[in-house]
Structure formats: C-alpha cells, structure tokens
Design a protein around this ligand. Structure first.
Ligand code: RIB
Ligand code: CA
Length: 341
C-alpha cells in the first residue's frame, strides 16, 4: 500500500452473517435523538469523533468521560475540554476517569499523537472544567438520568467502561449497546497482534466484551479502509471558517504517522467511524461474531480473537466491522464539519 492505495476489498464471510443473532445499535432521530456517552482518550481522531457527534441532531451527547491512553489522563481531559470550546459546547460535562489500566502501568502513544496527545494546530483554551466526579460514577449518573436506553461510544482503552459495569451494575440494563473503536480481525497497530485501545487494557476489554451487552467492534479492518486522502483533507480544511481549518491541521499531523508506517498520503480517523456508524445505516458492513480477548499471550496480549469462520460454535457477542463505504464516510464528515459556524 502506498500513496493512495488502501487495503483491498473488505473481509468476506463464508456462509454469510448470522441474521438477528445480536441486536444492532438503536437509531436516533431529530425528534428523539439517540442518547450517547463518549468515553475517549483525545487524541486526534477522538477529537474529530466528538465534533462529529456534537454536530448531529439525531444524537445527544449526555457527557464525555476521559481515560489515559493516547496521552496521560490530565492531557486527554484538557484536550476534551478544548474540543468542546472549539465546538462551542462548554455545556457538555467532562468527567476524568482512570489514569491507568486495571493492571499495570499506562503506555501512551506519543509516536502517533505527540507528547501532548494532540500535536498540531492550536486548540482553543478551555472555557469549562472537568467535574470532580470520577468518570464511572458520572457515566452511571448520565445513563440513569437518560430518557431512553443509552449507547456507550468508547474510543480509547476500556478501563472506565469496565469500572462502570463492575461498580455500577444497576445501570447495565439501561445500556442498549456499546459501539467501540478497537481491535482488529487481522493485523495490530501497536504490536503485530494487537490494536492500541485493547492492548492498553486487555482485562478491561475482556470485561466489556463478556458483559452480555451487544457490542459493535469498529476495528482496524474497517478504519484502515476509511482513509481521508490528502485532497479530501484539504477540502475538510476549507469546510466552515472555524472548525474546518483545525480539523484539517489535526488530520495533517495524524497523517504523518500513517505515511511513515503505511505509506499512505492520507489518514484514517478511527474513532469518528464509530459515530458515523451510529448515524448512517449501511455505512459499515458488519457480521455478528464471537470475539475473545487475549490477556495472556507473550506476543499476542491485547489481541481480539475474532471467530470469523464460526469454528468455535460460540454465540456472537459483537457485530464486527468488515468494510466501510469510504466515500460516504468522507462526505458525512465533511458536511458535519461544515455545519459549524
Ligand atoms: O488504534 C487506534 C485507536 O487508538 C484510536 O482510538 C486512537 O485514538 C487510539 O486511542
Ligand atoms: Ca482514541
């Protein structure tokens, strides 16, 4: 793959998907927006995911929880506040969560996102502050107060979500779906076997995938087919006079890692695909499959082991992303960024 050559066609299934085996995510409308909680580690692509979600009349962001991941918790939390200032939405609550995974130390990704976790264009100063409540408790409060079952949208390590499920079991039945960015059927990105979000906290991921709540796994197999190529990034930069230039600058920095690593003259926006999937039916092709999380492997810790051929006979616990309509994704994202005035 070089220049503008992304991976080939999406992963094909033998025997076709298992129809109706697992509930799909609920959908919202402008009249009844879908309530979501975003748990993230901004992060260039988390920032774009937040901007996309806040632009949608069919979504209602109940709150944003932050976790250590791309950068340390203090940085990811500050960046979330800066993104809300950029979006003109300081009203959205931000709750800081886990500074490290359930087991072991935090490993960040400065080689991808820079030391700050958001290298590139200057973001506005925060105009709000994080609430003092620990994120899992705030997430439980947001979910309990929602007027409809909530979709969790994790786009970082799953530590906060695991703590929410373990420490606040009373809200589990108010969580309709968990639509997360993480994992991969094929190759990893932080190790040959593992994708970063799962690799940072495999124990948390195992709790989430085994919680009995339907999961949609937007993994690298999909996001690496959602690349925004350079001309499209330049068009994004011109979309709207305030937010577009910042998004274009964020993607330009994020592209540097992908040019070095994959040879792409463009960049995926991993986390934004989770939000796009919630608002654009048919954008992402998925299949209901069983996903195990490797927590022990010497070379494979953090791997999502996807039973693509259904050889284990285990019932599916996740809708696993196989492919994406890339052009529709880029159009949807560009229109969202243009909508900011
Ligand atoms: O592997 C990509 C994921 O790890 C994205 O969510 C990115 O923001 C980082 O968190
Ligand atoms: Ca992220």
């Amino acid at each position: 793959m070089s220049g503008t050559a992304a991976p080939g066609p999406g992963i094909e299934l033998v025997g076709g998907p298992t129809p109706g085996a697992l509930p799909e995510p609920p959908r919202g409308t402008s009249e009844r927006p879908l309530p979501i909680v975003m748990d993230c580690d901004p992060g260039h692509d988390d920032a774009v995911a937040i901007l996309l979600a806040l632009s949608r009349p069919d979504l209602r962001v109940l709150g944003i929880s932050t976790v250590g991941g791309n950068a340390v918790l203090e940085r990811t939390t500050e960046t979330a506040l800066r993104v809300l200032a950029l979006a003109g939405r300081p009203d959205v609550e931000v709750a800081a969560g886990a500074a490290h995974p359930l087991e072991g130390p935090l490993h960040t990704a400065p080689h991808v996102h820079g030391e700050s976790g958001i290298e590139g264009p200057a973001l506005p100063e925060p105009v709000s502050a994080a609430i003092g409540e620990f994120a899992p408790a705030a997430m439980a409060r947001w979910i309990a107060a929602a007027d409809a079952p909530v979709v969790l949208v994790p786009t970082g390590p799953l530590t906060n979500v695991a703590l929410l499920l373990e420490e606040h079991p009373s809200v589990r039945d108010r969580i309709a779906h968990i639509c997360l960015m993480g994992g991969s059927i094929t190759e990893g990105n932080i190790t040959p076997a593992a994708e970063f979000n799962i690799w940072v906290d495999p124990e948390a991921a195992e709790i989430v995938f085994d919680a009995g709540i339907p999961v949609t796994m937007i993994g690298l197999d999909v996001t690496h087919r959602s690349i925004v190529w350079e001309p499209e990034r330049e068009a994004l930069s011109r979309a709207g006079d305030r937010v577009g230039p910042v998004v274009g600058g964020l993607l330009a920095f994020f592209q540097e890692f992908h040019e070095r690593t994959y040879g792409w003259a463009g960049t995926p926006i991993h986390d934004a695909v989770t939000v796009a999937h919630l608002v654009e039916p048919g954008l992402v092709r998925t299949a209901a499959l069983d996903v195990r999380i490797e927590t022990q492997g010497r070379y494979t810790r953090g791997r999502t082991v996807v039973d693509l051929r259904r050889v284990t006979g285990r019932p599916p616990n996740a809708h696993v992303g196989l492919d994406i309509d890339r052009e529709r994704f880029v159009t949807l994202l560009t229109e969202a960024i243009r909508s900011y005035r």
